[in-house]
Design a protein around this ligand. Structure first.
Ligand code: NDP
Ligand code: MG
Length: 425
């Protein structure tokens, strides 16, 4: 039986992953983590009976601990809690480390032992990472939002768990650390982001000879707007994505097209291609989830309904396909599938993302950290929509690039960017 932990289980991706688990009833949920959604996490603990659960704040975790006392679920908090959830392998219970971050008073000390690291390395596909035909059955789904996902991703890889990755920010900032580490530990990173899942499916068995990757984008709620029109858009408009229902942060990223920029960087790491081999195509109906052109000119595309359960399920059951209850495309009703070129002058965030991707080193971290800061302020009605790209531009202008940033450098850069922007605004 597959075993699954989810960090970000109460969010858009996390909830849809649990829908997939409910549908098939053959995956055991071993650990769950969220930020502060105590009631939602309590309900999930009662339904799925994980061994451990974690919340970000100690107070929320204390509350949860009292509520779920009767279930026997161990409750943790903070980054240590997240890392325990990310690296927890069923059977470890009773040996969860007893340091800070642990709320329970009834668990024995000693670091969790990793059991049964998948050693299957046949049929691996080389990219910047590698994919095994039989991934480890012990999976972490990283569905947290933001750079907070970096350290748990690293912990999951080191514990030998397959990493189903929705959290794009971790690869954007630390892909140069995460991908080689996955290779070293013979761990699969399976994309959950719909475009990357599409590319992954298109590449099946044909990882080499890629001539071009075409990442599709819906264009978001402001497709066709001028820069002037964007000056007056409101938060509520920006949150209304035409095709996808998603968390707030990624909804704003889609409206600015920064999301597509992050996805370009994510694709560079996942598939080992340079940014200049990745084109962004607006495909307004979100029917084509992305395409790959090979050296001979053949193009493979993956099509399907705009439903994240499809790529989530594909990653959870890879390499097998299972029945899914999502809507099917009715091709008799699709009269046209159109493509447009994105306007990078209007959606400057996308142009800046390409710049950051080409510069490499620490620049993608600066791009991402500035965007996280700006989106948070926009969500709190502190800045206007067009300020988001202005803030990213200024943070990138100010930064002196580090060529090969370490994890500590990445964490420091995030703080430096935030401090700089806080003083500036
Ligand atoms: P949501 O905002 O809906 O959910 C975020 C989840 O992360 C929540 O469960 C939240 O908990 C949890 N969380 C946030 N901060 C922390 C923390 N410090 N510690 C523990 N848990 C935390 O986001 P989405 O599901 O929309 O997106 C998640 C990731 O997946 C993002 O990186 C996004 O870019 C990516 N993605 C999302 C898609 C989508 O359709 N939604 C599509 C493709 C990629 P709480 O509920 O307590 O706040
Ligand atoms: Mg996407």
């Amino acid at each position: 039986m597959k075993k699954l932990s989810i960090i970000g289980s109460t969010g858009s991706i996390g909830l849809q992953a649990l829908d997939v688990v409910r549908l098939h009833r053959d995956i055991k949920i071993t650990a769950l983590a969220a930020h502060s959604s105590v009631s939602k996490l309590e309900a999930q603990i009662r339904e799925f009976k994980p061994d451990i659960a974690s919340l970000w704040s100690e107070d929320a975790a204390l509350d949860l601990k009292v509520r779920v006392k009767d279930t026997g679920c161990k409750v943790l908090y903070g980054m240590e809690g997240l890392i325990e959830v990310a690296s927890y392998r069923a059977g470890d219970i009773g040996s969860v480390s007893n340091g800070a971050g642990i709320i329970t008073d009834d668990i024995s000390s000693g670091k969790a032992e990793n059991v049964g690291i998948s050693s299957c390395n046949h049929c691996s596909i080389e990219s910047s990472g590698s994919y095994n035909i039989e991934s480890s059955d012990d999976i972490l789904l990283s569905a947290v939002v933001g750079m907070i996902g970096i350290e748990p991703a690293i912990a999951a890889i080191k514990s030998g768990r397959t990493l189903a990755l929705a959290n794009k920010e971790s690869l954007v900032c630390a892909g140069h650390i995460i991908m080689p580490l996955a290779k070293q530990y013979n761990v699969d990173i399976l994309p959950v982001d719909s475009e990357h899942s599409a590319i992954f499916q298109c590449l099946s068995g044909e990882h080499s000879n890629i001539s071009r990757i075409m990442l599709t984008a819906s264009g978001g709620p402001f497709r066709g707007y001028t820069k002037k029109q964007l000056e007056t858009v409101q938060l509520s408009d920006a949150l209304k994505h035409p095709n996808w229902s998603m968390g707030k942060k990624i909804s704003i990223d889609s409206a600015t097209m920064v999301n597509k920029g992050l996805e370009v960087m994510e694709a560079c790491h996942l598939f080992g291609v340079a940014p200049d081999k990745i084109d962004v195509l607006i495909q307004p109906s979100s029917v084509v989830h992305s395409m790959v052109e090979f050296e001979d000119g053949a193009v493979m595309a993956q099509l399907g309904a705009a439903d994240m359960k499809l790529p989530i399920q594909y990653a959870l059951y890879y390499p097998y396909r299972r029945y899914s209850d999502i809507n099917r495309l009715d091709f008799y009703k699709i009269s046209t599938i159109s493509f447009e070129k994105p306007d990078m002058e209007v959606f400057e965030g996308l142009a800046l993302a390409y710049k950051a991707a080409c510069e490499g080193g620490s620049m993608p971290t600066v791009f991402n950290a500035a965007n996280e800061y700006a989106v948070e302020r926009f969500l709190n009605n502190k800045i206007r929509f067009n300020d988001i790209s202005g803030i990213i531009k200024e943070a990138m202008r100010k930064h002196k690039k580090i060529i090969n940033p370490s994890l500590n450098d990445i964490i420091d850069i995030k703080k430096e960017v935030e401090d700089y922007l806080e003083n500036l605004i």
